[in-house]
Design a protein around this ligand. Structure first.
Ligand code: HEC
Length: 145
């Protein structure tokens, strides 16, 4: 009986993983391996956004967060990302979309942009750091400039 249960669980796991991109598998393993994180701290998130953390480059290298923006940026202006993120993928809320954008940037590309986002935040930042950055981005509702 136990063997059957183990076998069923094994098959479920394998079939769940089969449909995943490497980035998603990494996210899944990470969520299994790390303890649950506290609610995001937007103040710490803004610090990572502006200054980076360890080997993770600052998000401002490629993203502006001032409405209207000036000049050229490699990535989209995130001044209104709290709203924009809600509209990107049907059935995906802003928080889930932003998490995926950071952890697995090539899974979906913002319209009009190329696959040029730094790909290793899932590795370089802790789960808590990511929560903090997401919490900060969720405050960017177009009223920040
Ligand atoms: C090397 C440049 C670069 C860095 C550094 C970078 N990004 Fe990006 N980012 C991009 C590009 C290019 C895109 C558009 C292509 C895509 O969606 O992956 C993007 C897309 C996004 C999107 C989706 C935006 C939308 O309108 O759909 C979010 C959210 C985002 N980045 C957040 C971040 C955060 C948070 C950081 C820092 C932790 C960061 N990015 C660091 C280049 C960068």
């Amino acid at each position: 009986m136990k063997t059957i249960i183990k076998l069923t669980l094994g098959i479920l796991l394998v079939s769940a993983l089969a449909g995943c991109t490497p980035g998603q598998i990494q996210m899944l393993l990470r969520s299994l391996a790390t303890p649950p994180v506290a609610a995001g701290d937007p103040v710490h998130g803004e610090s990572i956004f502006r200054h980076g953390s360890g080997s993770a480059p600052p998000c401002v290298t490629c993203h502006q967060i001032v409405a209207g923006g000036i000049g050229f940026s490699v990535g989209p202006n995130l001044a209104d990302i709290a709203h924009v993120a809600e509209t990107r993928v049907e059935g995906m809320d802003a928080s889930a979309y932003i998490h995926q954008s950071i952890l697995d940037p090539s899974a979906r590309l913002a319209p009009g942009y190329r696959n040029m986002m730094y790909p290793n935040y899932a590795h370089d930042l802790s789960a808590q750091d990511i929560e903090d950055v997401v919490a900060f981005l969720l405050t960017l509702d177009g009223e920040n400039s």
